[in-house]
Design a protein around this ligand. Structure first.
Ligand code: S3P
Length: 450
């Protein structure tokens, strides 16, 4: 269930910089997958470092509704007794995925090849997002879906009684679509193949292999070809969730633009399918170093050290990097506003169908803060004003989008006048400790009276 309370305005302003150590929570993408695959394994999966944000809690509740036993055993520690592939029970009530596109799309995939019917809904943001991109390939397995106009939620999915394996080329760069097809493929006999032209985050593939599924990935002329053998018996796992590079982006970017800052963000997963922001920041001239690089659970991990960087320059972000930093464009645009000259971001049409239309949300808010932004359907350009150059002084809308709220609160830490966000509640979906973590570093972020 999404946070439905009264809007919670928040405000941020310049201070003397951020200092210290920022322990960000577990990775959201990995947390969803750990719960879902745990629910599809036979026996007990144990997870540590799970992100206890609302999105992931909604997925935990959904797994219970499909018959898995899901229990919290300590802080970030969870135990899941799975029902086995094809073992999902029919939920008694509507599945509410709150704000989470990842949750609803992956769960629809996992349910599509079981002979059950389930109805899904979410908050106003999720109900406005396209689901046809998932229900179209699920129909190839034999599942049927009836939703609102444009395939939007609420939507009822009737799982295939006699599922067929599929070969599917994902038409948009989307790890959610790829993952939904793979999870559906678990319930179909024979080999399901998913082809993606551009590599997107590969947590599902890695985790399926960890749970003992037969899965191969080959680079071919068409792109990445992923082949999964269906109806495996998934073996329960112990999963240590790495810290989320998408959440780390907020304290890191705040430190880069707030004068006087020096912040260490330890233990961040730097899987190449997720680390595009950090490469981009370094190309812009950020004082950002990777300390103590190591391998944890098969993933590259490092401690990120970010220091105030007063001389960053705008760059042209390579479009082929977009998938590896798709969630980071809002906060990148904030850094871009504080760099010298234009930052050009192309090949990012997917930003328009996230929790909000993120190009529009950021463009409007940045303009209100005195920054010039140009935009087209799948591109935008932020004209940076250099360190200390952003006027700020505006009240901006977060549009039920956690990353928009956090991005503007970061901007306020470096702009001349305070920035107010109309509602900080969505932050709880992915980064419930954002406010205490940032204020603990010395950031002037507070609840506001409006
Ligand atoms: C995610 C995939 C991305 C990303 C989202 C998490 C995932 O969405 O934006 O926050 O965990 O698979 P798309 O699949 O829509 O690109």
């Amino acid at each position: 269930m999404a946070a439905h309370g009264e809007p919670m305005p928040m405000v941020s302003r310049r201070g003397t910089g951020l200092k210290g150590r920022a322990e960000v929570p577990g990775d959201k993408s990995v947390s969803h997958r750990a719960l879902i695959l745990g629910a599809l394994a036979v026996g007990e999966t144990r997870v540590t470092g799970l992100l206890e944000g609302q999105d992931v809690l909604d997925t935990a509740a959904a797994m219970r509704a499909f018959g898995a036993q899901v229990e919290r055993t300590g802080e970030g520690a969870w135990s899941i007794h799975g029902v086995g592939t094809g073992g999902f029970a029919e939920p008694e009530d509507v599945i509410d995925c709150g704000n989470s596109g990842t949750g609803v799309r992956l769960i629809m995939g996992a349910a599509a090849t079981s002979p059950i019917t389930a109805t899904f809904t979410g908050d106003a943001s999720l109900r406005s997002r396209p689901m046809g991109r998932v229900t179209d390939p699920l129909a190839l397995f034999g599942a049927a879906a009836v939703g609102r106009e444009g395939g939007r939620l609420p939507l009822t999915l009737i799982g295939a009684r006699d599922p067929q394996p599929v070969r599917y080329t994902v038409p948009v760069p989307s790890a959610q679509v790829k993952s939904a097809v793979l999870l559906a493929g678990l319930g179909a006999p024979g080999q399901t193949q998913v082809i993606e032209r551009e590599a997107t985050r590969d947590h599902t593939e890695r985790m399926l292999a960890g749970f003992g599924a037969e899965i191969t990935v080959e680079e071919g002329p068409e792109g990445r070809v992923i082949t999964l053998t269906g109806q495996p018996e998934l073996r329960p796992q112990s999963i240590a969730v790495p810290r989320d590079p998408s959440s780390a982006a907020f304290p890191v970017c705040a430190a880069l633009i707030a004068e006087g800052s020096d912040v260490l963000v330890p233990g961040i997963g730097l899987n190449p399918t997720r680390a595009g922001l950090y490469e981009t920041l370094r190309e812009m001239g950020a004082d950002l170093t990777y300390e103590n690089p190591r391998d944890e659970g098969g993933e590259p991990v490092a401690d990120l050290r970010a220091r105030f960087s007063g001389a960053m320059r705008g760059i042209e972000v390579p479009p082929e990097r977009a998938a590896s930093m798709i969630d980071e464009y809002p906060v990148l645009s904030v850094v871009a506003a504080c760099a010298e000259g234009p930052t050009v971001m192309r090949g990012v049409g997917e930003l328009r169908v996230k929790e909000s239309d993120r190009i529009d949300a950021m463009a409007q808010g940045l303009r209100a803060c005195g920054v010039e932004v140009e935009e087209g359907e799948d591109w935008w350009i932020v004209h940076g004003l250099g360190a200390g150059g952003v006027p700020g002084g505006a009240r901006v809308e977060s549009r039920l989008d956690h990353r928009i709220a956090m991005a503007f609160l970061v901007l306020g830490l470096a702009s001349q006048r305070a920035v107010t966000v109309d509602d900080g509640q969505p932050i709880a979906t992915s980064f419930p400790i954002f406010e205490p973590l940032m204020t603990g570093l010395g950031a002037a972020i507070a609840r506001s009276n409006g």
